[in-house]
Structures are given as structure tokens and as C-alpha cells.
Design a protein around this ligand. Structure first.
Ligand code: NAD
Length: 478
């Protein structure tokens, strides 16, 4: 596919072209243009103009209607989106057609729905009566959009994570300049064409392609015309963006990395815990921010659990590659490091041989490790591949202190049949999301985000609308 920028309602492809690579077999699959500073400037300017024009004047109903047309437009071109997403990421078609593309549609519909409940809530925060001794006053609060918002997204769930921010940003009335990952620009380009057909006013949504550091991502996040930044990606990139945005004190919403723990108690339904942990570790070859990389299992069931999870790892079929040769090399460097640090490799640990075109792609084996101390880098650092380390524990307190001894705090799973224990343990796990006897079960209205190095702020439902708008209090003396 040939990716294009979309600025002020027009497609353009200025900037040097760089090749896109199909991670399934390493072949060249298309090109994308590298946005110059001028393209980024034009996009921010187009956003500002849209706010001063038709988009700034759009009513709630008009915004909701356009979000619904965008959802319908993606649905009408469903297969094209699935092709583009699998082409860029190499993920199994089944995953793209049951998760990525339906969720992107759902993101637009969810925010169109939420918008309808919103005006009521936003305009009824009135505080009549209290005067501070100066007579009667009426306070009421309105919400207004932030302005031109920058959205920077990663390669792992390209359309899902992009639309997770674009939908609420538009719902709240902002203009958007989006930059998807340089590795996965295709579904974002298709989205721009759907948005174009949905007749969103020109400039309300702009798309620029290119790399991050020293390129489009940096030009955008340091831009004085950008009023807020919503970013999903690595924690180190978040820190770089924060430094870049500091001069303009730009508000930030960050969804960052993780080293997510699972805690399996001996009273758990072991089969469900093993199946759930296999899913949470190996889905999309571990390239989901919510994936489990540390598993703590109560000692009486430790051996049984490890054997069963190892079997599941070996039985993984039709799994996708790492996104790039560089990321494959990074994951394999952790497989090597784990051995050097003294790990027992229960399953995997290498590169699979398929005997077909995939052998020139970027696959790594689903891997289960044991035997490492908690100080090992393999246990502390985010790998972002299909791999977990399993360690035993003896008490509830120990399980909690192991799970919480991490610089990250995105998501956790707890497996137990004891209701009291579930309620006791879950709130004490230091992550933004805790799943009990399940994983990645999502309601789009709930708060989504991480603590510690895993993020700043929450997205989802009203939380996103709150981030993408500013409460303004109006006080009238009466
Ligand atoms: P990344 O941080 O390398 O890149 C993400 C985006 O940031 C890309 O668009 C990239 O071009 C841009 N970028 C890079 N450097 C930049 C800079 N200096 N200034 C501005 N933009 C810059 O992340 P990735 O490798 O694409 O994605 C994987 C990471 O994302 C993992 O750490 C994963 O845990 C995290 N992630 C988090 C969540 C979440 O919701 N918390 C979801 C998905 C992925």
C-alpha cells in the first residue's frame, strides 16, 4: 500500500518515501512519505482553521452523526481494513477481523452514544446560592474543546489504538493531527479516506506519517500550536515527549509500557488459569500492552501449572511475527539474556522453522521461562514478545509484594475461586486494571490506563471526554 498524508481535507504525499516491510516474510509491501516540518505545520494550521470554521460551530448532534458515518464507512470497507492491518503487522487475519477492526468501529459508535448523555451532565453542574458574603451567585460549568490535539499511536494495534483517541477527541469538538507508527501507516490512511467520505469538515482530522525522534513525531509534540497530546507507546518515548512538550506546558495523556503480572492461587480453576494465562501471554505474539510477562503461582500447583503452560506454548499455531527485524532481534536478545541469567527454558526460546515463506519473516517461538531471581533483567524489563517467566509464591502477602515490585503498573490478572480473596487482593495490586479470572474483558466506558511508569491519566468513556475538554466555570452574581 502507498500511504498518504491527509491535511486540510486533501491527500498529499510530500516528503521522502520510505519502504514498508511485511513482517511475515520480510518482503517490501509498500511505501509511506516522511512528513517534513512543513507538512506538520500545515496540519496544525488546518486544525486551527477548522475550529474557527465549520467544525468549531458543529453541534453535539452533528458531531455524533459524523462519528456514526465514520463507523459505518469502516464497516462498509471491512475487508479492505483487515487486509491493510494484516499487511502492516502480519497479525493473524482472525485477530484483525475479530478484534482490531470491529473495535475501531465500536470506538466511533461508543463516543457517538456517549455524546448524547454528555450535554446534560456537562451543563447541569450548577452551584446556586453560595455567595461568599457578596449576595447571591449562580455557578455553572461548561466544557469546551482543548483545541488542536496531537495523537501519536504505536504499531501493535494500529487502528484500534488510533481510533481509541481520535473518536473521543472529535466527539469533544477538537481538531486532530494524528501520527500513527511509521511501521503501520496503512489503516490510518484508509481511515482518512473514510473520514473524507463521511464529510467531516476539512481540517478537523489531519494525518501525517513518519518517524518519531527527530522527525514528524517530535515536530508535532513540540509544536507551539498543539494544545494537548495523547500518546500510546513506550515509557521511554513518553519521557522524551514530555521533555519536548514541557516548554509549552502542553497537557498530556499517556498510555505506556508494562510488565504485567498474573497471580495464580492454588484454589483457582487451574485449567481456566492456564488457558487464560496462555491467552494473556501469547495473543498477538505478546505484542499487546496488556499481555502478561510475569506469572506468580502458589507453590502447591506450581509444577502442574508450569507443565501445562509449557504444553500450551508448544501447541501455539498460526501465530504472527514480531513487527520488525529490529524487534525480533530485541526479543531474541532477551531469550539469550534469560539463559545467561540462569533461566530454565520450559518451552520455546528460539526461532521457529515453518518450511515456507514465513522463514524469512520475523517470528519467534512462544516461550515459558522459570528459575530466575526477581532482580533479573528478563523479569524486570518489558520484552513485548510471546514470553513469560513463572515463579512460585507461598503467601498472599508475598504474591502481592512480588507483583508490585515493578517500575510498571498497567494491568494484572488474579486467578482464584475464593471471592473474599479476590476482593482483598485485587485493590492492592498496583496497576490501573485488574482482571479476576479473565483477561482483556473490556467495557469501553471503564477507566483504562496505568500507574507508575505505565501512564498518566485514564482513557475510556467519560474519562477520555474529560481529558479532551476543559471545564470552564461561569459565576454570575444575581
Ligand atoms: P514507541 O514508543 O516506539 O512508538 C510509539 C509512537 O511514538 C510511534 O508513532 C513513534 O513514531 C512515536 N515516537 C517515537 N519517538 C518519538 C518522539 N521522540 N517524539 C514523538 N513521537 C515519537 O512504541 P511502539 O514500539 O510503537 O509500541 C510498543 C510500546 O507501546 C510498548 O512499550 C507497549 O507496552 C506500549 N503500548 C502501550 C499501550 C497502553 O495502552 N498502555 C498500548 C499499546 C502499546
Amino acid at each position: 500500500m502507498k500511504a498518504e498524508h491527509y491535511v486540510g481535507g486533501m491527500f498529499r504525499s510530500d516528503g521522502e518515501e520510505y519502504p514498508l516491510v511485511d513482517p511475515v516474510d520480510g518482503s517490501e509491501s509498500g511505501t509511506a512519505p516522511e512528513a517534513t516540518r512543513e507538512v506538520v505545520d500545515d496540519a496544525v494550521r488546518a486544525g486551527r482553521a477548522a475550529l474557527a470554521g465549520a467544525w468549531g460551530a458543529a453541534t453535539f448532534e452533528e458531531r455524533a452523526a459524523v462519528l456514526r458515518r465514520i463507523a459505518d464507512g469502516i464497516e462498509a470497507r471491512f475487508e479492505e481494513f483487515v487486509d491493510a492491518e494484516t499487511g502492516d503487522t502480519g497479525k493473524p487475519r482472525e485477530l484483525a477481523s475479530t478484534v482490531d477492526i470491529p473495535r475501531a468501529i465500536g470506538n466511533f459508535r461508543a463516543y457517538a452514544d456517549l455524546l448524547y448523555g454528555r450535554p446534560e451532565r456537562a451543563y447541569t453542574t450548577a452551584v446556586p446560592g453560595w455567595s461568599g458574603g457578596t449576595g447571591q451567585a449562580l455557578n455553572y460549568t461548561v466544557r469546551r474543546p482543548l483545541g488542536v490535539v496531537a495523537i501519536i499511536s504505536p504499531w501493535n494495534l494500529p487502528l484500534l489504538l488510533l481510533t481509541w483517541k481520535v473518536a473521543p477527541a472529535l466527539a469533544a469538538g477538537n481538531a486532530v493531527v494524528a501520527k500513527p507508527s511509521e511501521e503501520t501507516p496503512s489503516t490510518a490512511t484508509l481511515l482518512a479516506s473514510v473520514i473524507h467520505e463521511a464529510e467531516l469538515p476539512p481540517g478537523a482530522f489531519n494525518l501525517v506519517h513518519g518517524h518519531g525522534a527527530g522527525a514528524a513525531g517530535e515536530f508535532l509534540t513540540g509544536h507551539p500550536g498543539v494544545d494537548a497530546i495523547a500518546f500510546t507507546g513506550e515509557s521511554a518515548t513518553g519521557a522524551a515527549i514530555m521533555r519536548n512538550a514541557a516548554d509549552h506546558v502542553t497537557p498530556l495523556s499517556f498510555e505506556l509500557g508494562g510488565k504485567n503480572p498474573a497471580i495464580v492461587f492454588a484454589d483457582a480453576d487451574l485449567e481456566a488459569a492456564v488457558a487464560g494465562t496462555a491467552r494473556s501471554t501469547f495473543t498477538h505474539s505478546g505484542q499487546i500492552c496488556l499481555c502478561t510477562e510475569r506469572v506468580y503461582v502458589e507453590r502447591p500447583v506450581f509444577d502442574e501449572f508450569v507443565a501445562a503452560l509449557g504444553e500450551r506454548a508448544r501447541a501455539q499455531a498460526d501465530y504472527g511475527p514480531m513487527i520488525s527485524a529490529a524487534h525480533r532481534d530485541k526479543v531474541l536478545s532477551y531469550y539469550r539474556l534469560a539463559r545467561e541469567e540462569g533461566a530454565t527454558v520450559v518451552a520455546g526460546g528460539g526461532v521457529p522453522a515453518f518450511g515456507d515463506r514465513r522463514d524469512s519473516g520475523f517470528h519467534v517461538e512462544p516461550t515459558v521461562l522459570t528459575g530466575l531471581p526477581e532482580t533479573a533483567r528478563t523479569v524486570r524489563e518489558e520484552i513485548f514478545g510471546p514470553v513469560c517467566h513463572v515463579a512460585p509464591f507461598d503467601t498472599e502477602e508475598e504474591a502481592l509484594s512480588l507483583a508490585n515490585a515493578s517500575p510498571y503498573g498497567l494491568a494484572a490478572t488474579v486467578w482464584t475461586r475464593d471471592l473474599s480473596r479476590a476482593h482483598r487482593v485485587a485493590p492492592r495490586v498496583e496497576t490501573g486494571i485488574v482482571w479476576v479470572n479473565c483477561w482483556n474483558l473490556r467495557d469501553l466506558r471503564t477507566p483504562f490506563g496505568g500507574v507508575k511508569a505505565s501512564g498518566i491519566g485514564r482513557e475510556g468513556g467519560e474519562y477520555s471526554l474529560d481529558f479532551f475538554s476543559e471545564p470552564v466555570n461561569i459565576c454570575i452574581q444575581i
